[in-house]
Ligand binder design. Structure first.
Ligand SMILES: NC(=O)c1ccc[n+]([C@@H]2O[C@H](COP(=O)([O-])OP(=O)(O)OC[C@H]3O[C@@H](n4cnc5c(N)ncnc54)[C@H](O)[C@@H]3O)[C@@H](O)[C@H]2O)c1
Length: 338
């Protein structure tokens, strides 16, 4: 392993939280190279993802990513080009988002504990409605009609479902909408039914996506691994964050087994709190822990998670978790635990 990490801090609170997590990787001997892709570059040079970006990134072991989004670019054109460009360009088809309660006091669910809320969502990351294909006719008239194409391929669905079963020990639950989404919904259900029997020791379950949303809140203990499409996963993972303490704690990994992985907090650039030293850096630390797991550095990853738990336990937290500490104070405390 060359021990090289590409760091893309991005916009808003992205650079603030990445500045806290990145030193942990440096202390472990990684060489970090920063890439200033984001709103400022887009506005000043018209460049989102530079043409040689994907080739250059092939030299790295992993990518550590902050967040994109800037009120000066309301249509998020740069964000789509950079983040979706990386996810699809590097074919990072598995977006893994742990829904793990780190402290009982953090959940809004009555009578649920850390033992009850501990599962992972596998969100398909390269297909679905995010491809930008479609049309708008009669624009800016009362007759305006829009079409956004939601594209799913057999191979794309099969590989994320297989990845979910490969990582499961007890159960995989498919979230789908085959009762209303005629073609794509049927494909997801059929492929799941084909793959599940290859893993006889893993319980295979299916829920309509609306029911699944309710079950996240009613009985989250029933889930170990959830697999679903890109759009549904996008929404459900924020619900997952909501029952485990909020976006300031939600981490994610974008992977393609055997290739480079991209690790990022689930949250966006949070313009409402950017520049105020208020952003919770814990999701960035927990994303760094996922990066370390990916590189098989299990012990440092475990210690990093423990350090985050310590900070929560001792209320060394930013205002989103009811604390009064700054981003930098929380970051310093977590690093000091290591
Ligand atoms: N992966 C990404 O880069 C990504 C993801 C989501 C949204 N976005 C973009 O980010 C911008 C803002 O979007 P949004 O407001 O819908 O979502 P957001 O995640 O940025 O913020 C939602 C709410 O959660 C709070 N929040 C988020 N992260 C936090 C943290 N670490 N600590 C404390 N509070 C935190 C924010 O203050 C805000 O009130 C938009 O441009 C959007 O397109 C980017």
């Amino acid at each position: 392993m060359s021990k090289k990490i590409a760091v893309i801090p991005g916009d808003g609170i992205g650079p603030e939280v990445i500045a806290e997590g990145a030193p942990v990787l440096e202390q472990l001997g990684f060489e970090l190279t920063h890439f200033g892709w984001g709103a400022n570059k887009w506005l000043s040079e018209g460049i989102g993802l530079p043409p040689d970006a994907l080739k250059n990134l092939s030299d790295f072991d992993a990518i550590y990513f902050g967040a994109l989004g800037d009120p000066r670019i309301p249509d998020m054109a740069h964000g789509r080009e950079i983040l979706l460009g990386l996810r699809t360009g590097l074919d990072l088809y598995a977006n893994m988002r742990p829904i793990q309660l780190l402290n009982n006091k953090l959940t809004c669910l009555k009578n649920k504990t850390c033992d009850d809320i501990n599962f992972i969502i596998f969100r398909e990351n390269t297909q679905d409605i995010y491809g930008g294909h479609g049309s708008a006719s009669n624009k800016n008239t009362p007759q305006e009609t829009t079409i956004d194409e939601s594209r799913h391929t057999y191979a794309g669905v099969a590989r994320i479902i297989t990845q979910a079963f490969e990582c499961a020990q007890k159960s995989v639950t498919l979230g789908h909408k085959s009762n209303a989404i005629k073609f794509g919904g049927a494909l997801w259900q059929r492929v799941f039914n084909e793959i599940a029997p290859k893993y006889p020791k893993i319980k295979a379950k299916q829920l309509y996506i609306d029911t699944m949303a309710m079950e996240f809140v009613r009985a989250p203990e029933q889930f170990e691994i959830v697999v679903t499409s890109n759009l549904f996963g996008d929404i459900l993972t924020d619900l997952g964050a909501g029952i485990t303490g909020g976006l300031g704690l939600a981490a994610s990994a974008n992977i393609h087994p055997g290739r480079i992985g991209l690790f990022e907090p689930v949250h966006g650039s949070a313009p409402d709190i950017a520049g105020q030293n208020k952003a919770n850096p814990m999701a960035a630390f927990l994303s760094a822990a996922m990066l370390l797991d990916f590189l098989k550095l299990f012990e440092p990853a475990k210690k990093l998670r423990e350090a985050v738990k310590q900070a929560i336990e001792r209320n060394i937290c930013t205002p989103d978790l009811g604390g009064q500490k700054t981003t930098q104070e929380v970051g310093s405390f977590i690093r000091a635990q290591l």
